[in-house]
Design a protein around this ligand. Structure first.
Ligand code: CAA
Length: 241
């Protein structure tokens, strides 16, 4: 039977492309989403991918959601932590709420989801945990002290957990997308995007969600078992580590 893959934030943007690519690669995919019921319904109808709603920043909701998936579909063998939000503001204007919301979803959400599937992966001696971090977790970004901190935290989390999972057949990796043509990036003020960001991308364009999805499919494969603790950048040459 094919492996089960769970993609958080898997009905829109990069997450939707990942869900679709994993399905095309033969996985039984479940896409989690937090809020946009209408888009999730259309996504499920168009792709035939099952969708489940819960908020990754809530530990109990993650535990309940995963228990339901494991009973109905099977054990989660591939977890893609993709769900992420922005609350951009210059630091002197950033509120504690903007800080807490971003840390809650983009960092604590990764803990909540991974912690919930981890014991099962250890018991079965197989797992793939792939977390979508960001170029802005690597280099920092004006207006994103909260987001950059969370996404950098995801990289530390990945490196620590990779060492714990290695002897149990579990790989833990991160992907750092650059600026990808999704609603999140297109919400950046047009002037900032055109004058400040796109000129810094040597390939001269935004990335496409499918260009990130292909990296995830590769890391999820059984053949990628020697790659763990890695950060793979896909950013059009905007930043080299
Ligand atoms: N680099 C350097 N300076 C910058 C800058 C940048 N990238 N962006 C803005 N600034 C400067 C502005 O020029 C301005 O300077 P002056 O006051 O000297 O003119 C100052 O910072 C304040 O900028 P704004 O006038 O735009 O201030 P604001 O309060 O209206 O908005 C902001 C601030 C919300 C941060 C807005 O600039 C913004 O949205 N910037 C984009 C942030 C960004 O890149 N977000 C990424 C979202 S996509 C994503 O997160 C996905 C991913 O992983 C890549």
């Amino acid at each position: 039977m094919s492996r089960v893959a769970l993609v958080t934030g898997g009905t829109r943007g990069i997450g939707a492309a990942i869900s679709i690519a994993l399905k095309a690669a033969g996985y039984r995919v479940v896409a989690n989403y937090a809020g946009n019921e209408e888009k999730a319904k259309v996504f499920a109808e168009e792709t035939g991918i099952q969708v489940r709603r819960w908020d990754v920043s809530n530990y109990q909701a993650c535990a309940d959601g995963i228990a339901e998936i494991e009973a109905a579909v099977g054990p989660v063998e591939v977890l893609v932590n993709n769900a992420g939000i922005t609350r951009d503001a210059m630091f002197h204007k950033m509120t504690p709420q903007q800080w807490n919301e971003v840390i809650g979803t983009n960092l604590t959400g990764v803990f909540n989801m991974t912690h919930t599937v981890w014991s099962g992966m250890r018991d079965r001696s197989f797992g793939r945990v792939i977390t979508i971090s960001s170029i802005n977790g690597q280099k920092g970004q004006v207006g994103q002290a909260n987001y950059s901190a969370a996404k950098a935290g995801d990289l530390g989390f990945t490196k620590a957990l990779a060492q714990e999972g290695a002897a149990k057949g579990i790989t833990v990796n991160a992907v750092c997308p650059g600026y990808i043509a999704t609603e999140m990036v297109l919400a950046v003020p047009e002037k900032v995007l055109n004058e400040r960001i796109i000129p810094q991308i040597p390939v001269g364009r935004l990335g496409q969600p499918e260009e990130i999805a292909r990296v995830v499919v590769f890391l999820a494969s059984d053949e990628a078992g020697f790659i763990t603790g890695s950060t793979i950048s896909a950013n059009g040459g905007q930043f080299f580590v």
